[in-house]
Ligand binder design. Sequence first.
Ligand code: PMP
Length: 403
Amino acid sequence: SQPWKSIEPIGLDAIKQLTIAFQADTNPNKILLGEGVYRDDDGKPVVLKSIREAEKILYEKKLDHEYAPVTGVASFCKGSKKFAFDPKNQEQDDRIATVQTLSGTGSLRVAAAFLNKFLPKDTEVYFPDPTWGNHNSIFNDAGFNGRIKKYPYFDAKTGGLAADGFLAAIEKMPKGSVILLHACAHNPTGVDPTREVWKKVSKACKDRELVVFFDSAYQAFATGNEVDDAWAYRYFVEEDGHQVIVTQSYAKNFGLYGERTGALHVVTGSKQEATAVTSQLAVIIRAMYSSPPIFGARVVSTVLNDENLLKQWRVDVKEMADRIRKSREALVYELHQAGSKRDWSHITDQIGMFAFTGLTPEQVERLIKEQNIYMTKDGRMSISGLNTKNIKTVAQAIHKVTS
Ligand code: PMP
């Protein structure tokens, strides 16, 4: 038989396609401001000092390569729970079900499967508008097709948060819906709610009895401090008693992209509930990929469980966050130097890996075609692709297409 004959080729999402187009570009001066991967000032990938140290320790231990348990490396799960929540006592710790996952994406996928399995069949899930493109694909594949809705998030006029629309939308969500929130460094906009707004969001979610879902892909990468970047969901849990779900990625903050290291946390009402939830997550994982990879988990748990390495990691992650912040300032400075009269202050107001520049799809198209500078059509720029060598060129090119 020829079962695949009628299959049509299909492109990946816009971000992956952009990387492919960049790689095919033969211009030696091309610049990629696409995917959310950290680069140093030479445009090179970075392995953090703390991670190198942990690798050495692990190598010396001559560990075996046996399977991890279905729920992952135990010391990693324990460390991740502390890192994400810093539970105040044993009772709080016991109420959180934690499993290791295939980075943030795998965590989202397992969480979506869990929600689809255990929430009422008509439950809707609400994403910020806009959101990371893969959220849609992940939840669609997990069975939420036709049940994915949006809530207002970004105000294109100000380049900031549409706080009023956001809060009003929550008030209209059907009770029991799932709301997906970005814990910090919202992707793609770089716009996070202030703590005052978060408090209102928490209260509104409580009034609507929503299932609150935090995607945490940038803890410590946004502000340089892991406590500040976990503030929102810790507040939801500690102050308003939300039983949140948190999907955690170590791709950016530990620089472990390809190691696929992450965790899924489900805050429950009791130790018994947490045990039951963990067992159900294990069943989902067992059928999906049986058990997670061990190397990244061992690296992370080595860092999290060693005071000196943890201190070094804090220096490492702060250096990344600081470089991103300084690049934002430098870009705005260079835009004005290039002669731009526009207000670019949203670029320095926003936080994290991305700036939502406000460039139109046509302007981005011109940047790619005429200047070999690549970013996604929505005007999202990966700030870490900027460095002291290319920032003037980028600023001048942006000025050219926006004036
Ligand atoms: N959520 C968001 C909002 C992200 O930006 C990312 C990374 N692009 C992820 C989840 C997951 O990434 P990973 O699977 O590499 O951990």
